[in-house]
Design a protein around this ligand. Structure first.
Ligand SMILES: [Fe+2]
Ligand SMILES: [Fe+2]
Length: 215
């Protein structure tokens, strides 16, 4: 049976080791994503809140820097799951290094510039005080995975496999599954990277990232 290279020890380190996620993101991006438009997309990303935004308001990575941490960690999980499924040669088939980096690093760029810090009243020891919290306010309400595909496509072309994996990365949590037409099943069956990336995204969110409890 094939072994995933992320051992229990490495998995624990992924959760706890301090890492400069912004530096890791840029290193992975520039080493692997070379297609036309990639440099302009990276320039654009640096004008956004990519390196400081949370990954969510109250779920995984709900703290400053949570989004960039998520991108890097999901890249590692994705590679690990691909190797488990296809063996050490997985970068020859069915994926390649550029595709893996594009899907993982860019799948959530739909969240850029969407989180604002607001204040709310909280009762502490019978006294009301104001506490900051993250609110979600989307300046480009185009959806989630489909929005990331739209944003990336403004800079560079995606392959069919990449577009599918990014578009459907929320899997069964995507509200578009409510149509009863099982579109996602077709995507999973025809494009295995879509299914594997959804699993990587889910595992990263629940196994590798913190949630700061709201008080
Ligand atoms: Fe997402
Ligand atoms: Fe994600």
């Amino acid at each position: 049976m094939l072994q995933c290279r992320m051992t229990a020890k490495e998995s624990k380190e992924t959760k706890t080791a301090p890492e400069n996620f912004a530096a890791s993101f840029e290193k992975i991006y520039t080493a692997n994503i070379k297609r036309e438009g990639a440099d302009k997309l990276l320039e654009y990303l640096k004008t956004t809140d990519l390196f400081t935004a949370p990954a969510s308001t109250r779920f995984h990575g709900n703290y400053q820097g949570g989004l960039i941490e998520h991108c890097v960690k999901v890249y590692k999980r994705f590679r690990c799951l691909l190797e488990c499924e296809y063996g050490a040669d997985y970068l020859k088939n069915p994926a390649n290094a550029e595709t893996v980096a594009i899907i993982a690093l860019l799948h959530d760029i739909c969240k850029l510039n969407c989180y604002k810090t607001e204040m709310r009243n909280v009762k502490v020891k019978n006294e009301w005080i104001q506490k900051p919290f993250f609110a979600f306010d989307d300046p480009l309400p185009y959806g989630h995975g489909e929005k990331s595909v739209y944003m990336i496509s403004g800079f560079m072309r995606l392959t069919r496999e990449e577009a599918m994996a990014i578009n459907w990365h929320m899997g069964g949590f995507d509200v578009r599954n409510m149509d009863g037409k099982y579109t996602i099943s077709g995507a999973f069956a025809q494009f295995p990277l879509t299914l594997i990336f959804h699993c990587a995204d889910l595992m990263t969110s629940y196994l590798d990232e913190k949630i700061i409890p709201l008080k």
